[in-house]
Design a protein around this ligand. Structure first.
Ligand code: ASP
Length: 329
């Protein structure tokens, strides 16, 4: 079994009952007793995961890349609120020639049934196992092994909150051993992307009766937009022209706010349908949920999909299509 480097970032697994302070990385690891894995600790941040910044994540990705290149598996321990975003971003930015696993906890260490130690132990097992290499970044909680590209937090308090709608987990941890049942057909990104924290991508979730004020506010502040649209990719008729206009200047990705399933391309016609919007220059997110679509667009714009004269619409479209389940580049 290989060496594992553990990056602790804070979150519920490190929360104290009585105050807002967080445990040190060493205190978090102490919850495990004496693990038989060879562990190196990086006490990286001590934050609630809602306060992790893009600078924090860019620095984390840099260290994870170097750690993997040096031959160590990785476990990232953080709060569950934004865990799926960290995991997906690492998936876009890092090779997984050694396993890279993200985990956390739903119950504070001082509460009955605290799940942190079990999740951490399972994550270490996966990260130390050569059979879990090259699966992309993994998320391990409640003895389930999920692919970063599919996994979502689906419940505010349940210890089984992490689910992969439309895909299911890649495997499980049984008697302290990973059992991989499925492998992704393609890597998440065609090649590792880069990430510039200065790029600005907005996410706009539509709700009934939206009159477009927030869309107007996108203005020239952003380098790209993800629209979390209704159903399979639908918007009100009166937002079609503003979206078309915006898409002449910056990439506008059409995602679904439903929480599972892919955006369609040619089932509905007429103003505001997915067919109409894609014809007017929007880019389909396919099965990527809005928060992940935002990170993919951010990474693509950081990696040269943007130029002073416009943006690489075919390149961005191909990068999203790559994840649509056809396994095609
Ligand atoms: N679940 C929260 C998080 O994601 C809890 C916290 O504030 O520690 O970090």
């Amino acid at each position: 079994m290989g060496r594992v480097t553990v990056f602790t970032l804070g979150g519920t697994i490190s929360a104290r009952g009585g105050d807002a302070s967080r445990m040190t990385g060493a205190e978090v690891l102490a919850g495990l007793g004496a693990p038989d894995t060879d562990i190196e600790l990086r006490d990286f941040r001590r934050l609630p995961s809602s306060s992790l910044s893009f600078d924090d994540l860019a620095a984390l990705a840099h260290e994870v890349r170097e750690t993997v290149a040096a031959g160590s598996g990785v476990v990232v321990v953080q709060g569950t609120d934004t865990l799926e975003e960290t995991a997906f971003l690492l998936d876009l930015l890092c090779e997984t020639g050694e396993p890279v696993v993200v985990t956390g906890a739903m119950r504070r260490p001082d509460l009955p049934g605290a799940d942190g130690p079990a999740n951490l132990a399972a994550a270490l097992t996966v990260a130390a196992d050569p059979r879990c290499r090259d699966l992309g970044v993994l998320v391990v909680l409640a003895d389930e092994i999920h692919a970063a590209r599919h996994v979502r937090k689906s419940h505010t308090t349940s210890v089984t909150t992490f689910a992969s709608p439309g895909a299911g987990p890649l495997g499980t941890v049984v008697e302290g051993e990973p059992r991989i049942l499925l492998r992704p057909t393609t890597t998440t990104a065609l090649h590792p992307l880069s990430f510039d924290p200065a790029v600005r991508v907005a996410l706009l979730t539509l709700t009934l009766g939206d009159r477009g004020e927030l869309l107007e506010a996108i203005d020239s502040r952003y380098d790209g937009l993800v629209v979390a649209a209704f159903g399979a990719g639908h918007v009100p008729t009166w937002l079609v022209e503003p979206l078309e206009h915006l898409a002449t200047r910056v990439p506008v990705v059409l995602a679904s706010r439903t929480g599972a399933g892919a955006t369609l391309t040619h089932t509905y016609r007429g103003p505001g349908s997915e067919h109409d919007l894609l014809h007017r220059g929007l880019i389909p997110a396919g099965p990527l949920d809005p928060a992940k679509a935002r990170l993919l667009l951010h990474a693509l714009l950081s990696t040269g999909a943007k130029s002073p004269t416009g943006y690489d619409r075919p390149g961005i479209t191909a990068a999203f299509a790559h994840l649509n389940g056809t396994g095609l580049a």
